[in-house]
Each structure stands twice: as structure tokens, then as C-alpha cells.
Design a protein around this ligand. Structure first.
Ligand code: ZN
Length: 156
């Protein structure tokens, strides 16, 4: 699962690099291993109300967000994850309109960004019907008939 680096650093997704850096340095001080040792002697529901964040997560978040390219890519991944969770879709496509690759057992459809929507037969069998573009963050819902619904014989 995708980690929410903004939540880890406790900054807004619109925060500037300077703000993120400031917060990163603040967290480094708070969650420094020496201090974590002290905090571990405090009960988990201690009075401090401070949530322990692994230093590794803080560093990982900063390493990602400090690079504009990484941040942009991360933002779109995060967006896709959220959209998916909210069930928001950009478009509806019919499975019959997708290209079937027999070897891979996958159906593909081009996205307007030149990326592709790819769904595997296995996924269809599991009832998966939303796909995130391989390149951008758009999501499509794929319409197909259940395997046991045999009313039309429109086979290729
Ligand atoms: Zn796309």
C-alpha cells in the first residue's frame, strides 16, 4: 500500500518545499533515535500525545517529496489511490472494445495520455472492474458481462 508521506510529515499536500523541509527537520529532532529510546519507556497512551514515527518513514517521505519529479509522480499515484478508494472514475469502457492479448491473458485499451489501461483475465474473474492508467492517474471502469451470463453469442 502506498504510504501517505504528507500524513507522515504532517504537512498539507500543497505545502511548499520550504515548509516541508522545515517540518522534516523538526520531526528529525523530535523523532531522533536517542529521544525515541526515552519515549519507549513511556506508556503508549502516554500523556505526551506524541505519535512515534519511524525515522525511516520520515526520511523516506522527505527523500521523495524533495525531488519535484518524484513528488509529481508520487502525487499522481496518491491521487489514483484516493480516487480508486472513492470510486471516482474518468470514463467507462466496454470490455468488447479492448484489445485482447491471448499470451498475456490481458485486455488493454489506450489512454489519451499514450499510456494504457490493462486488466488481466484473472482480475476480471475476481470481479475487478476499475483500472488505473499505466502512465497517468486516470481511472476507467470496465463493463463486462458475468461469465455465466450467456445470452449473447457475439464472439470474436
Ligand atoms: Zn493515461
Amino acid at each position: 500500500m502506498l504510504k501517505d508521506y504528507y500524513a507522515i510529515l504532517d504537512v498539507s499536500q500543497n505545502a511548499s518545499l520550504a515548509e516541508i523541509k522545515q517540518q522534516y527537520q523538526r520531526l528529525l529532532l523530535i523523532h531522533h533515535p536517542d529521544k525515541q529510546l526515552q519515549q519507549q519507556t513511556v506508556p503508549i497512551n502516554g500523556t505526551a500525545g506524541l505519535k512515534l514515527i519511524p525515522l525511516q518513514d520520515i526520511k523516506e517521505a522527505w527523500e521523495c517529496l524533495r525531488e519535484p519529479n518524484h513528488r509529481a509522480f508520487y502525487d499522481s499515484s496518491l491521487q489514483a489511490t484516493r480516487l480508486h478508494a472513492n470510486g471516482q472514475v474518468h470514463d467507462d469502457i466496454d470490455l468488447d472494445d479492448m484489445d485482447f492479448d491471448e499470451e498475456a491473458g490481458s485486455y488493454t485499451s489506450p489512454c489519451r495520455c499514450s499510456g494504457e489501461y490493462i486488466i488481466l483475465e484473472d482480475e476480471l474473474e475476481l470481479g475487478v472492474d476499475t483500472v488505473v492508467c499505466s502512465t497517468c492517474s486516470l481511472i476507467v471502469r470496465i463493463h463486462y458481462e458475468a461469465a455465466d451470463d450467456d445470452e449473447d453469442d457475439d464472439t470474436n
